[in-house]
Design a protein around this ligand. Structure first.
Ligand SMILES: *[C@@H]1O[C@H](CO)[C@@H](O)[C@H](O)[C@H]1NC(C)=O
Ligand SMILES: *[C@@H]1O[C@H](CO)[C@@H](O)[C@H](O)[C@H]1NC(C)=O
Ligand SMILES: *[C@@H]1O[C@H](CO)[C@@H](O)[C@H](O)[C@H]1NC(C)=O
Ligand SMILES: *[C@@H]1O[C@H](CO)[C@@H](O)[C@H](O)[C@H]1NC(C)=O
Ligand SMILES: *[C@@H]1O[C@H](CO)[C@@H](O)[C@H](O)[C@H]1NC(C)=O
Ligand SMILES: *[C@@H]1O[C@H](CO)[C@@H](O)[C@H](O)[C@H]1NC(C)=O
Ligand SMILES: *[C@@H]1O[C@H](CO)[C@@H](O)[C@H](O)[C@H]1NC(C)=O
Ligand SMILES: *[C@@H]1O[C@H](CO)[C@@H](O)[C@H](O)[C@H]1NC(C)=O
Ligand SMILES: *[C@@H]1O[C@H](CO)[C@@H](O)[C@H](O)[C@H]1NC(C)=O
Ligand SMILES: *[C@@H]1O[C@H](CO)[C@@H](O)[C@H](O)[C@H]1NC(C)=O
Length: 670
């Protein structure tokens, strides 16, 4: 059968599948024969990956086929360029894998879900584990099944860069950060005279600017797991998946894996590795450097995978490469290390890290004093770390939290910020990898977390802290003589639909009784006014003596001006807006009607002086959600020019790998 007629048959046989919108049999597999990596996948030479094949036989529903009996005689061949298509086992020099079988159920659409009308699917599958492609060029992976059908995946092995431009790479991720948030942060953190800023964000001053598109493999809105997978592996995947394609099997640990930039950097170069986040350290963005699971909620397994080498990992999680225990791991999430809480198999993970030679620290003071020559685990609180605004401006909010990382029930009041953690991580990596260089990811996680709860002030505080960290990092690299060796890239993983549209007279809003009158307090266009944050109240416009808060320059002088910025969100639950800072802690915009009725309505205690803004999301949601927007990429240092332009999130992986010349030694093998 010719290639063209096979494709036609495949598409006519399975045409219905293409109509599936958001309720899918299996994302990324529109036909009944699935190949992972799917069509349009790119690779670096030598990058390890698994291949998963699935043949589906829906028992009933709109795609019912072959009496629910999946073909067990399916076969995959790999074709290099115009060459012959060679059986996969032979091509990769492996034994033919054993046949696996399972079943799953799904809903075809919302009507089916309302009627609890599931469609059952029987599956036959095989997985080729830990293979790689070496020769740059185009490949076809052809799955034949049911005698007459073919699913063809076009794969491309990109030519690696042969020149290593950067010794070190530092990737900053502002989780959920968009250009409109950066603009708002600049408005409140930088002084403007007659429309002209007197200082700029550090991000505004980087050498290269680009945009990346964040769509996922099977949905146009992404989550942080799926987008971090794209940034670190060069692969599109599905929501909640960390460095795997989501297959249909029941276990979250057998999905087809791919090697991350951190794993490749360790395996090929043996350089230093650092992971820094203000979130729970098992959260998606830090996790995606090392973990492989379809389910980002497997937090305990994520922490376990950080520590152990490929040889030491349990059989379920094993994979012939690993992060080989990162040199620096700083963040929150103590519950994942405490035996009596949520640690892997209830083990004392602090003790296991210490037994592997880690210096374990729990507060800012101990972090500052820590030796530079030792692997270091710094866990500074349970759950996510304190927000910049609470640490720096409203520190009493750190009390009565019972979130000490030691698990003793006291408060974690001496928490470092992103800047403290990042600078210390640089010192440790730099002291130990003078020759090989290092790779670090530092995440400002709570830009996203605070945008989710519509706490714009806390989110912008986190963003300004990120910018302050970048500024301090560039200066520190210079002081260490590493600035010309280090590529610094700043980007986000996705956005939120946040923007500022005016000013708000918070005093007037609060003084009105009626919601419609309160809205009169929102000033638009000419009445938006000027930022009341950076210039201290009472200071005249020609008095440029800035009075800084304890937080230093490039942050607002005050967070509660009478004339505040008025901002909104593209997707929100019912909530109330009064545009004033919440001084007592992160907002909680919506709450359930009652214990019996979980529909979310306005939280009566949140922004009590404000007016109701009805939601646009399904009423089950109490938070805002991610949005479609492209996000910015800023870069400075060797190799930064590659980050100019508009490209896909997966290209970030190839650009970072290019600066480090990853894959070049593998490509030489052919
Ligand atoms: C279940 O779905 C099938 C296929 O769409 C449809 O024919 C059937 O009427 C549905 N049954 C119910 C109870 O909704
Ligand atoms: C498929 O079969 C199951 C079991 O008989 C049944 O519960 C379900 O409603 C059927 N679904 C459809 C879409 O016909
Ligand atoms: C495939 O061909 C074999 C041999 O001709 C036949 O027994 C089998 O039923 C066919 N399978 C399908 C799904 O058509
Ligand atoms: C896949 O590869 C084939 C053969 O090289 C080519 O004809 C086809 O256009 C490619 N399809 C896509 C979507 O890239
Ligand atoms: C390995 O870890 C996984 C993930 O927690 C767990 O499901 C599995 O039971 C473990 N396997 C063994 C052999 O301990
Ligand atoms: C910080 O950690 C050190 C050593 O782990 C400990 O001795 C000290 O009491 C801690 N300080 C605070 C404020 O918790
Ligand atoms: C760690 O290195 C930095 C400079 O890179 C230095 O200032 C600091 O004193 C060192 N800390 C220790 C404990 O050696
Ligand atoms: C400038 O403003 C600061 C703080 O608002 C104030 O302390 C200072 O007196 C002002 N200087 C003049 C010359 O007005
Ligand atoms: C801060 O947010 C919390 C949770 O939404 C709320 O209970 C509290 O009233 C808010 N405080 C102010 C001053 O708005
Ligand atoms: C608007 O929000 C209020 C408060 O949450 C809620 O009671 C009301 O049902 C909402 N209206 C609509 C149309 O959703």
């Amino acid at each position: 059968m010719s290639f063209v007629s096979a494709l036609l048959l495949a598409s006519s046989l399975l045409a219905q599948g293409a109509s599936a919108q958001y309720y899918k049999r299996l994302g990324s597999c529109p036909t009944l024969g699935c190949v992972f990596p799917p069509d349009q996948s790119d690779f670096l030479p030598g990058q390890l990956f698994d291949i998963r094949l699935e043949v589906h036989a829906p028992v009933n529903g709109s795609e019912a086929y072959n009496g629910g009996v999946p073909d067990e005689m399916f076969a995959l061949c790999i074709q290099e360029g115009e060459g012959a298509c060679v059986g996969a086992a032979e091509y990769f020099g492996q034994e033919e894998p054993v046949l696996e079988q399972w079943s799953f159920e799904y809903y075809e659409d919302l009507f089916a879900e309302d009627a609890d009308n599931t469609t059952a699917v029987n599956v036959a599958s095989k997985a080729y584990r830990a293979v790689s492609l070496f020769k740059p060029g185009d490949y076809l992976a052809k799955l034949t099944y049911y005698n007459i059908s073919e699913t063809v995946a076009n794969w491309t092995v990109r030519a690696p860069s042969t020149e290593r431009k950067a010794k070190n790479v530092l990737l900053f991720i502002g989780d959920g950060m968009t250009q409109s948030m950066i603009t708002a942060a600049r408005l409140i953190g930088h002084k403007s005279i007659n429309g002209r800023y007197q200082s700029l964000m550090q991000m505004d001053q980087m050498e290269a600017l680009g945009h990346q598109m964040t769509h996922s493999l099977d949905s146009f809105i992404t989550d942080s797991a799926n987008s971090a997978t794209a940034l670190y592996t060069g692969r599109k995947s599905s929501v909640n998946a960390l460095n795997v394609y989501a297959d249909s099997s029941p276990t979250p640990f057998d999905d087809p894996k791919h090697e991350t930039i951190a794993e490749m950097f360790r395996r090929e170069i043996g350089g230093g590795l650092g992971i820094v986040s203000t979130a729970v350290i098992g959260d998606a963005t830090p996790a995606a450097l090392c973990a492989h699971t379809r389910d980002r909620d497997q937090l305990a397994a994520v922490v376990y995978e950080y520590l152990y080498s490929a040889e030491e990992l349990n059989a379920t999680l094993a994979w012939p490469t690993s992060c080989q225990s990162p040199d620096v791991i700083f963040g929150g999430g103590a519950e994942l290390f405490l035996a009596e809480e949520d640690a892997f198999e209830g083990r004392d993970m602090y003790a296991e890290f210490a037994a592997h030679g880690y210096n374990v620290v729990h507060n800012k003071t101990a972090l500052a004093a820590a030796a530079n020559d030792t692997k270091t685990l710094g866990i500074f609180s349970t759950s996510n770390m304190a927000k910049w605004l609470d640490r720096q401006v409203y520190p009493t909010n750190l009390q009565n939290k019972a979130n000490s990382p030691t698990g003793d029930g006291s408060d974690a009041t001496d928490q470092p910020g992103l800047k403290d953690m990042t600078l210390k991580a640089i010192d440790i990596l730099n002291a130990n990898y003078k020759e090989e260089g290092w790779f670090m990811m530092a995440e400002a996680a709570s830009i996203d977390k605070m945008m989710h709860v519509l706490d714009y002030d806390r989110a912008l505080g986190e963003l300004l802290e990120l910018d302050d960290t970048i500024r301090a990092t560039l200066a520190h690299l210079k002081a260490l003589g590493e600035d010309e060796n280090t590529l610094v890239v700043v980007t986000a993983d996705h956005g939120h639909g946040f923007d500022v549209f005016g000013g708000a007279d918070t005093m007037y809003v609060a003084a009105q009784e009626d919601d419609r009158m309160k809205r009169r307090g929102v000033g638009i266009y000419v009445n938006s006014g000027l930022s009341g944050y950076q210039v201290a109240e009472g200071a005249s416009p020609d008095n440029d003596t800035l009075v800084y808060g304890e937080q230093g320059p490039n942050f607002p002088v005050q967070w509660a001006p009478r004339y505040a910025y008025a901002a909104g969100f593209a997707a929100n639950p019912d909530h109330r807006e009064d545009y004033s800072v919440n001084t007592t802690g992160p907002r909680l915009p919506a709450v359930a009607v009652s214990e019996e009725d979980e529909d979310m309505v306005v939280n009566a205690y949140d922004n009590p002086d404000g007016f109701v803004v009805n939601g646009t999301l399904p009423v089950a949601y109490d938070q805002g959600v991610h949005s479609l927007t492209d996000v910015s990429v800023f870069a400075s240092g060797p190799g930064s020019e590659a980050f100019r332009g508009v490209y896909n999130n997966i290209d970030i992986f190839f650009k970072l790998a290019g600066a480090l010349a990853l894959g070049s030694s593998a490509a030489e093998r052919c």
